[in-house]
Design a protein around this ligand. Structure first.
Ligand SMILES: [Zn+2]
Ligand SMILES: [Zn+2]
Length: 136
């Protein structure tokens, strides 16, 4: 049986389930993630489309730039996901919305060129310019 894990928004209306293991877990420093999450950076997992599903209400989608969709709970506003046509077939779900965020650990910083200068992270992970970690 496949091992799964779950996530949900603050009000629990939106929920999802993913199959483990995930394809990747990265910290993103891009301006769009920063604004959507209203947080200096965010961490998300990348999962191929057959390996995740909504289990509650589906989130509302906001198209943040051409080919990029970001989702959030329309009731409580929790950011849930982002997906890009440039990385087709892969969903990115925010680790902070997971029920057990400790089970994921990022291995890379993406869009590192947009990182806020006052944000200091000393864990020595590799960095990558731009959002597409699949080309890192
Ligand atoms: Zn909600
Ligand atoms: Zn980003």
């Amino acid at each position: 049986m496949t091992e799964t894990t779950k996530g949900h928004c603050l009000c629990k209306a939106v929920s999802f389930e993913i199959d483990l293991p995930v394809r990747a877990c990265v910290n993103c420093h891009c301006d769009s993630c920063r604004r959507q999450c209203s947080s200096p950076m965010t961490t998300y997992v990348g999962i191929t489309d057959e390996k995740w599903r909504w289990t509650g209400k589906e989130p509302k989608i906001y198209k943040s730039s051409p080919g990029v969709e970001r989702s959030f709970c329309e009731n409580c506003g929790t950011p849930i996901s982002f997906r890009s046509e440039g990385m087709s077939g892969v969903m990115h779900l925010y680790v902070a919305a997971m029920e057990e965020p400790e089970q994921f650990e990022p291995t890379l910083h993406v869009s590192h060129e947009e990182k806020l200068s006052w944000l200091h992270l000393d864990h020595g992970l590799p960095t990558h310019e731009g959002p597409d970690y699949t080309k890192a």
